[in-house]
Design a protein around this ligand. Sequence first.
Ligand code: NAD
Ligand code: MG
Length: 419
Amino acid sequence: MGAGFTEASAGAADRAAGSGSMGGGPVGPVAVSIVGSTGSIGRQAVEVIEANRDRFRVVALAGRSSWKLLAEQAARLDPEMVAVVESDAAAELRGCLPGGVKVTSGVGALCEAAAIGETVLNAIVGFAGLEVSVAALSEGRRLALANKESLVAGGDVVRKALAAGGEIVPVDSEHCAIHQCLRSATGAGEVERLVITTSGGPFRGKAHSELSRVSVDEALRHPTWRMGPKITIDSSTLMNKGLEVIEAHELFGVDYDRIEVILHPQSVVHSMVELVDGASMAQLSMPDMRLPIGYALGFPSRLPVPFGAIDWSVMERLDFGVVDRETFRCLAVAEAAGRAGGLVPAWMNAANEVAVEAFLQERVGWLDIAAIVEETVDRCEGGVAQEVEEVVEADRRAREVAAEIARAYEAPSRGGRWR
Ligand code: NAD
Ligand code: MG
């Protein structure tokens, strides 16, 4: 894929960078569009850029509705464009930003913001990020990708968009770790397998019977990472790890049989690559997303400002273990959807977004998330997408089916089964 890390080309990281708009290394600050600048990843990206002003200049900021935060960020970063999906928020922004800053709104606004960056950070959450990824790659840009849902739901169309000469550098910490580890695999066929780590989330070690009545607050209490609500719930169910297995398959072209998931409660070893001679390469740092964000923006150069450096004098132990796929069914459901391919992962992703939203609104229980996803995937209408519109249509259909299934799981007050 654009990251350049198919099995055949593993290790060609620096050459891979040459395929994008950054070929030959940056001359002056790189123009960056931050799409989703108001979220957890977006705000941390602003910190990284403010710490490296000589290397990056922000040309566009984009979010869904948080106009006050967008206005504050614009005052600090002086972009050419601020894009916001909701028109009311755009009206507020026009009222408070200097006249020279273009304010755009509506469905196409985020793609417009993406198109003007040399590097585009896609930090949107969920399926809404797919069109941004495709827009950035179609313009031949570097896509610093946090939005894993793009690759899960639209792997085929994202791969097609890469033909325009763009490239993907992953922001997701596990994939960023693998990207770094693969730089030491210089020959074809040297990679034996990818080993993705998971903290196990807040319910690591719990039995199925203990998880029937967990609250939203408990599920939102992640042990090692502070993130937006959707990915935090996905981390509690291990759906996040399932999405990441598919993301790894799409990014690095490694078969599902050779992608393993292991427990690692401390979130210090971010993932590993095992080579054919038995050596394992790992990337370690404290859990701090500013490191992978900076890596993806700066690649192939390393940024001089450290984030997540380890203090070994207090690091007493690193633990590893086996994942419980029976209790955390979402992982197995996602892996099966990835193996099935075509539009099955798009259905699985849509169903998960519907189920997580229903859980966050306390309409269904935590265990119902896996059940809703599984039942929706069972009703998948199949197909393979050539164009984004086909993925959008599959996503819409899957949401309809998932919403209908979710209604059956709703609380007794609504005639459902929960509580
Ligand atoms: P978040 O909820 O904190 O922020 C989401 C951003 O997306 C906001 O800017 C919001 O305005 C925008 N947005 C939400 N819905 C939108 C819509 N329908 N249309 C347009 N914009 C919309 O999420 P986050 O935690 O920053 O995660 C962003 C992405 O990065 C996700 O795909 C997540 O899986 C991935 N990721 C996050 C982390 C992390 O530490 N937060 C780590 C790895 C990967
Ligand atoms: Mg991750």
